[in-house]
Design a protein around this ligand. Structure first.
Ligand SMILES: NC(=O)c1ccc[n+]([C@@H]2O[C@H](COP(=O)([O-])OP(=O)(O)OC[C@H]3O[C@@H](n4cnc5c(N)ncnc54)[C@H](O)[C@@H]3O)[C@@H](O)[C@H]2O)c1
Ligand SMILES: [Zn+2]
Length: 403
């Protein structure tokens, strides 16, 4: 019997910029980046999140001016394609089809660029379409939410939802570049500013105790989204995500361990159960609270650590209970998460603040008690804030309240 061992190594490198006024006359980031690619003019299709297109005053005119200032270097092949922003776009195969049709119609090739501007959902859809058209068209991401700038937009993954399952289809495909323009954050709702804070708390908890301490110390500034505090949070959080992908030894997640998914297995389930009504970051905040409570029940973190984690989450404004938690079938959610990982179940938990361990089973009864603890806590919090019990624990419920 003959066999040939095929082996090669690829190395990836892409810049992540932090800037303002990206399409302003004096901003060199995009022109210099595109200049480094040799071809002239660089052919680009631009895809914009509908909320960004709607709320950013003068955006399209500014992009037009930018294009005429740099003609010869770059060419937008057609008008920007506006994609409906938010989780809904990940549920619709027709959005991916529209993007593939755009590539076909405009004759984009593997040396052309797709520039995706938007929240994490739009970036995920466009990234998936770009990675699959011609087996991969160059992608530049311009993330426009806090969560997209500090997490979703900087990594190597993309994906869409299918069969009612979160990120069921997707690829690992590093972008050519990521450009975080802080100016885009000005039009975000409070809800979307807050959602991005959850991923920063997550990565601080599993990797960086001093970062967690800083977030805790700045919780009042963060609760009012003070731009200097938010911008520092974004840079630190993006750097921790990038550092993890760069040095974990498994950037494309061939193994079963997914350390960055702390708090995510319940979060993904909550997103599915609420049909995307809960933002990813809001669901992650609840997942962090639950997995921290569970870590505490397993004597992995101290009373004080648990208190600080829950206080930080609450004081930046997260609601730590959602009625959908009542419908979660924990055993099934764990099974689905295992399938998503491949191989054995591996759930990251905390071992003190700033460190994590992987566990391979979860005690369903104990986890259920953690859910009840959160329900009771959130209900008490609502009462002390003068809210009705129902508004204190989420608004989707049409039935019985948690007792
Ligand atoms: N690929 C990855 O590695 C990765 C990592 C984390 C999260 N994600 C995915 O990211 C998604 C969540 O991303 P998100 O939190 O950015 O939410 P989102 O993309 O759903 O955006 C939230 C809302 O903000 C709007 N929006 C976007 N930019 C805006 C702006 N500048 N001003 C005003 N409104 C704006 C959107 O239209 C949407 O309505 C989830 O689908 C999640 O699964 C992916
Ligand atoms: Zn996440």
């Amino acid at each position: 019997m003959e066999s040939i061992r095929q082996e090669f190594t690829l190395s990836y490198s892409y810049p992540v910029f932090f800037t303002r006024d990206l399409f302003g006359e004096g901003n060199p980031v995009l022109p210099e980046l595109l200049s480094s690619y040799g071809e002239r003019p660089v052919r680009i299709a631009l895809v914009i999140d509908s909320e960004v297109a709607r709320l950013t005053t003068g955006l399209l005119e500014k992009i037009k001016r930018f294009a005429s200032l740099h003609q010869g270097l770059l060419e937008f092949v057609t008008h920007p394609l506006v994609l409906p922003g938010g989780e809904g776009c990940k549920n619709k195969p027709q959005e991916v089809e529209r993007l593939h049709a755009l590539v076909e119609k405009e004759g984009l090739c593997r040396h052309s660029f797709i520039i995706a501007m938007g929240g994490g959902a739009v970036l995920d859809v466009v990234g998936y379409a770009a990675a699959t058209a011609h087996r991969g068209i160059r992608l530049i991401r311009l993330p426009t939410t806090v969560l997209a700038q500090n997490d979703a937009g900087v990594g190597v993954k993309n994906g869409v939802n299918a069969f009612g399952r979160k990120n069921f289809l997707g690829t690992f495909a590093p972008p050519c570049a990521v450009i975080n323009d802080f100016d885009f954050l000005r039009t975000l709702t409070e809800r979307d500013q807050r959602a991005g804070i959850a991923e920063a708390i997550k990565v601080a908890l599993i990797k960086d105790r001093p970062f967690f301490q800083r977030l805790y110390a700045q919780r009042r500034e963060l609760s009012v989204f003070s731009p200097p505090a938010m911008e520092r949070l974004i840079v630190s959080c993006a750097e921790l995500h990038l550092e993890h992908i760069r040095s974990c030894g498994d950037p494309f997640e061939f193994g079963t361990s997914r350390p960055l998914d702390f708090g995510h297995w319940t979060a993904h389930k909550l997103e599915e159960l609420t049909h995307g009504e809960l933002r990813h970051g809001e669901a992650v905040a609840i997942g962090i609270a639950l997995d921290s409570l569970y870590s505490h029940r397993r004597s992995l973190i101290s009373d004080l650590d648990l208190h600080r984690i829950l206080t930080l989450l609450e004081e930046v404004g997260f609601t730590l209970y959602d009625t959908a938690l009542r419908w979660i079938d924990i055993a099934r959610a764990l099974q689905e998460f295992r399938e998503h990982l491949g191989g054995v179940l591996s759930i990251p938990l905390l071992k003190g603040v700033g460190k994590r361990i992987e566990v391979h089973e979860i005690d369903v009864d104990v986890y259920q008690e953690c859910i009840s603890t959160l329900a009771a806590k959130e209900s008490r919090r609502g009462e002390s804030h003068g809210l009705s019990e129902k508004s204190a624990i989420g608004t989707r419920d049409t039935g019985r309240l948690v007792s």
